[in-house]
Design a binder for this molecule. Sequence first.
Ligand code: NAP
Length: 289
Amino acid sequence: MMSIQPISGKTKVVGILGYPVEHSKSPLMQNAGFQALGLDYCYVPFSVAPEELGRAVGAIRALNLAGANVTIPHKEAVIPFLDEVTPEAAAMGAVNTIVNRDGRLVGYNTDGPGFLLSLTEVSGFDVKGLTIVLLGAGGAARGVGMELARAAAGRLMVINRNLERAQELAGDISLHTGCLAQALPWEEGVLKDAIGAAHVLINSTPIGMYPRHQVPPVVNPDYFPEGLTVCDLIYNPIKTSLLTAAEAKNLKTLSGYGMLLYQGVIAFELWTNHKAPVEAMKKALLEAL
Ligand code: NAP
């Protein structure tokens, strides 16, 4: 059980703005990080209704918070209230981290970089030149796809139920990064051929997520080629039916908790300018999941 840091007059406060926010594991993870380094920071959840978002962002300035995370449903809507947004977050059209730099609120997106860090750390490979299949074209796919393209992935195939949404994402990726991104329809023949040619498969749909986790893998495991790395962005459960099927074929797998951990690690470093204690944060997160 984590003991509570004494709050002093000098304690710096970081928050998370979400609606709902009660489910968030970030307070446990970030406070464990501050504690491990003995930093005089604390992290608190703020339940912010959509119509209060502007006032909540204003309160970051008024109360001189060190920064905040931003989660569903505010990641896109928060942008107009900030003073500055990094080019990467602007290209993603979403912010998940705010840093208060002497009253100027700067928006970052650490979701995509968090995924990439977890992928390179766990699988130990460089995505440069690799062929990647991304299932889904929602908010998470956007962050992950943009980051993979920026890291010089060779070819990115975005397969989505709503083809128009996949085309929009593939178009934006090509526009902002120059990576060859292609939108494809969610059809069995297409899935089989695309996955058969891939080095990395990423599920960014909610298929397999708790409480509907006892479902067959999102795609047929017969399509998995040898050497494929299979990633799921879902972190509840930690091991989805997709990852279980991949493991049964002796393939490398990556759970979505890695992305959750490393988006937090990057945010921690932006707020504190200290190297994050990854092991302490990981332990707190895994205990909470
Ligand atoms: P989102 O914006 O709602 O997008 C959902 C995507 O899944 C869409 O492309 C949607 O397709 C597709 N989809 C949904 N149900 C489907 C079905 N039955 N069959 C085929 N496709 C389906 O959601 P999101 O924010 O991107 O989140 C997606 C997943 O990523 C969730 O499981 C979430 O928990 C996870 N996530 C993880 C992290 C992390 O840190 N690990 C961070 C963010 C999100 P259409 O466009 O056709 O509707």
